[in-house]
Every structure is written in structure tokens, then in C-alpha cells.
Design a protein around this ligand. Sequence first.
Ligand code: ADP
Ligand code: MG
Length: 455
Amino acid sequence: AWGRICTDMKSTIGKEAYQSWIDPLALHKIEQGIAHFAAPTSFIGRWVDRNYGERIRSSFAREGYSVTRLDFSVSPAARKAATPAGQRSAPLNAPSAKTTATAHAADEELPGSPLDPRFTFDSFVVGKPNELAHAAARRVAEGGEVAFNPLVLYGGVGLGKTHLMHAIAWKLQQDNPGFRVLYLSAEQFMYRFVQALRFRDTISFKQMFRSVDVLMVDDVQFIAGKDSTQEEFFHTFNALIDQNKQVIISADRAPGEIDGMEDRIKSRLQWGLVADIHPTDYELRLGILQAKLDAQRAQHPNVTIDPKVIDFLAHRISSNVRVLEGALTRLYAFASLVGRHIDLDMTHECLTDLLRASERKVTIEEIMRKVAEYYHLRMNDLMSARRARVVARPRQVAMYLAKTLTSKSLPEIGRKFGGRDHTTVIHAVKRVEELKQTDSQIADDVELLRRMLEA
Ligand code: ADP
Ligand code: MG
């Protein structure tokens, strides 16, 4: 019966998907309404259950078996001819080198970039700005989800895109020994492709990329304007998505805004889930500092730090987490060298350059000026009591930007906007957050303004 179900599945879900997901399964027995399968990895089991479970159960019913549940146990041997034709089907071992981005048979080199052992989910601090990206990354790392293909993570420099991608790779590898997870930067992708062209070896390049279980390409904006690489990327991407293989992409801005990227790629990238990572806010910076503090304390047990310094850094250092980390590292290194307590004086002394850079941070006045200019209004309109939509909406956008781009408190912001109450500011922030989800015009306006202000 399973044989017939397989034949049936092959024609309904397509040969590629069949080979990736159904063929690797072995049916052991059906007992008390449960069909027991052996799957090469738990990921495959979960994926099949989620995406094909219903279909398999009804096929069993047609064959006269009542199956209410599918059960998958992991047995690496179950993976038989799952590799594409022309490739050796070597036994899949756990990766030997823990620092490589690939989990694969020892004799099939996947050209991944190295994974940073510090970039795990455990060390990732979650806050409002990265909540969605983190949740999506977790979901993808925990099992297949067709709706999330591809997963696109985007956001400015140093906001944790690479960290999240490595975390996904580590988790997938850990849970699924033998799983072919390929993480690489777009630069690496291009490098490999150019090499393949040079050595006339594009066939094995194609085969290799199409044989992975999960492909992650970091900083995809890099291939914008690189025509043949884009072309190849597009085909690889499509081939994997068609096989229901998870693809995860990161970029430094929204896919639609990557200049020099082909339109068909832009639109293809938006088929799955696009999750943006916003610039960090004060709370998140505080959380990250707290987490990094533990590591520094372990390294420099004799150095003490004034809690005020942490609060000061969370307020004053830019939204880039890398800079924030760097500041803390520098303070600890300095303090342990000169044997001093870390206080505000030392912080000013030691971080002059960083602090000066962060002084260029946007002010509420600048925000008001830019917003007024953008919507063809006068600054005074934003402070006035006028409630007409043409003024009220830009005012809300300006308040939202003031809240998200500066560390000013709600009452302070309210005061600048013609002495409004802090609840008005809260309302404006909420409203713009809602509108950003439902009104693409507002979403674009906000994004554009944010860029101009942060430039
Ligand atoms: P991106 O790829 O977006 O430029 P990275 O992932 O390289 O940024 O992050 C820069 C640094 O900041 C890394 O050291 C990373 O561990 C750290 N980092 C970023 N976001 C977080 C976070 N939410 N929690 C902990 N560390 C973070
Ligand atoms: Mg990165």
C-alpha cells in the first residue's frame, strides 16, 4: 500500500519534492492508527507531517487503513537515494569540524562560510525591534514551515542578521546530524560561481547548490548589479523553493529597495516572510549590555563597573550592536590594564570618539524639519493644534520617529510638539505602528524619512 501511496504522491507533489521529502522515509508498521516511519532527520519528519501529513493520512484511508497520526523516528540510515542523480550517496555523518557551516557527508565539501560559535539563540537578546525576526528565525530552525519560504531578514548594519542566521544553522545542525545546511555570504556565492565559470564547472556548482537541505545567503544586496551572479542565484533559489527546501536570505534593506537587483528577484524574495530588524531601542540596548556584561565579568573578574555607566551607554551609543559591544569591551580592557573601577569619568575619557559620533544623533527638531519638508508643511503646523488629516498624520509620523530615533522621553517629545500630553505621543506611536502594517504608503514614508535622518 505504501508503494502505491508513494507513486501517487510522486505525481501529485512532483518528483523533486517527492525525492526530497517522501522518498527518504521508510514505513515500519501501522499500529493502533499510528503509522510509524523512520526519517533521516527529525526536521524531515516534522516537515512531512506538517506539509504532507493530511494527504498521507487520506491516502492511507483510500487504501483501507485507518491512520490518525504519523510518527517519525530518526534513523540516519533511512536516507537512501535522496541525493540527486549523479551524486555519490555517501553515508551522512555528523559534521566533524564544529566550526564549519556545513553538515554533510565528509567527502562532499560544501563551500560554506564559517559559523561563529558565539552566535546562537541563547546569546541573542530579544526585544521589540527584533522580535519578529527572532520568532521567524526560531520557527524556521525548529522545523519546516512552507509559509516561510523564503525567510528574508533585513535591517541595518550590526543589528543581528548574521547572528540570527548562524543561530538557525547551529540549531538545525545540532538537531539534525547529517542535514545539509549551507550558510554563505553573497560574496562567497559569487566567488564560487565565478570560479565555476572560470573552470567551466558550472554543472557541479549547480548540483551542489541544488542538493542542500537549507540554503542561507547573507547580505544578498552584494550581488545587486552583478548580472550573471544574480541570474544564477535566481535559478538556484527557484530550484530549492520548488523542492520545498528552506531558503533564508538577509539583506541590509527591504528587498524591494535593493537598487540594481532584478525585479523578478525582488518580487520572488517577497513570496515568503519578510521580517525586518529595527534599530535597537534603549530597552534592547540595556538587555544586550547586561548579557555582554556577564561575559566581560568572567574575563575580567577584578574589574568593577558603576551601574550608571550601563545606563549611560544604553542611552548614548548608537543603535548598532557591534559598536555597543565594542564600547564595553574597550572599557573592560582599559580598566583591567590600568586597574581602575569603570565609572562615568573613565567612560568619557575612554570612549570620546564613539560618544562624539553618537552626538550626531538626530534631534527632535531635525525630525520635525525633515517631516515638514517631506510633506510640504511648515514646522509650525506640526506644533499647532490643527487636526486635519494632512497635518495630523505627518505629526504622528514625526512623533513616531522622535520616539524611535531619539532617546527622548514621551513627555519631552510631547512638549516639543506644541506642549502635547505624553498620551498623545503614545497614541501616535501606536497608530503609526498599525498603519505601517496596513498602509504601504505610510510604511514607505516612514522608512524613507528614517533613512534620510540617519544618513
Ligand atoms: P548584522 O549581520 O546585522 O550586520 P551581526 O549579526 O553581525 O549584525 O551583529 C553584530 C554584533 O552584534 C554581533 O556580535 C552580534 O552578536 C551582536 N548582536 C546583534 N544583535 C544582538 C542581539 N539581539 N543580542 C545579542 N547580540 C547581538
Ligand atoms: Mg551580517
